[in-house]
Ligand binder design. Sequence first.
Ligand code: NAD
Length: 287
Amino acid sequence: MATVIDGRHLAAELNQATAKRAAKLAARGIKPGIVVILVGDDPASLIYTRNKHRRAAKMGIRSILKKFPADVDQATVMAAIDQYNRDDTIDAILVQEPLPAHLDGLAITNAIRPDKDIDGLHPTNLGKLYANQPGNYPVACTPRGIMAMLRHYQVKLTGKQATIVGRSILVGKPLAALLTNADMTVTITNRHTSNLRAVTRQADVLIVAAGRPGLITAADVKPGAVVIDVGINRLSSGKLTGDVDFAGVQDVASLITPVPGGVGPMTIASLMAQTVDLAEWRQHGQE
Ligand code: NAD
């Protein structure tokens, strides 16, 4: 029977450490600041954004929610990015996905200053991560939170096999880089992967981020594997569930994350930690 990873507890510990770091900065007259740009009124995005906003306020981080109507034009969003790029009280800029189809999301991402790019999506930051460059730069918060979990539970990575289900730029791809940089042998799959089971069954660490409830069952998992479920799916009953059949896989895996209470809380906690990182890094740059 697998040990269940307690994402809420880990997140609470990380939040405490982050709040202390924010307080240290505050003592020097610096308040870390994040702006979340939200376009339209997608209900799920609104909930995520509010959660981030509330969490930030609790930890001494200044949080601004910049809302635009769904029909906002590209120039208006670009002008806002430009304004926050130049605003010294803002350390982190987050553009909440999904954006309406008429907006050029890539142009928006590329316009964010790399040292304020809290999601680590700017090509400069992605390039540094891919090249495993030393130094300080932001990485996507969900992968960052997953790495912290693996570290906390002392999961052996070097020389082990990882399979990642899903190749999004926010989860699968940056995680593949982080795990490769941690000396794992990494396979990254997508919806076109044939015989997914053969690949997932090879994994010592299996990370699932497809957004498909029930995609991974016990038969897809190597006995003793570590299983990290990133998926967040709302069933028609209203219940939240991941991509992994938790009850079945729990019998086969050695470690497993629940949904909710696994990766989700660690993502928000990592976002807060990285906002304070960005503030500290910028401060060092100015000293
Ligand atoms: P996405 O839709 O951008 O990407 C999904 C990926 O899964 C794609 O690469 C697709 O090719 C792949 N995929 C789909 N079906 C597959 C299959 N049958 N086999 C192999 N690959 C398959 O999604 P995303 O933004 O990466 O999010 C994925 C899931 O994770 C969603 O449920 C999302 O809500 C959740 N999520 C959770 C957190 C968190 O903090 N817990 C953060 C980000 C995303």
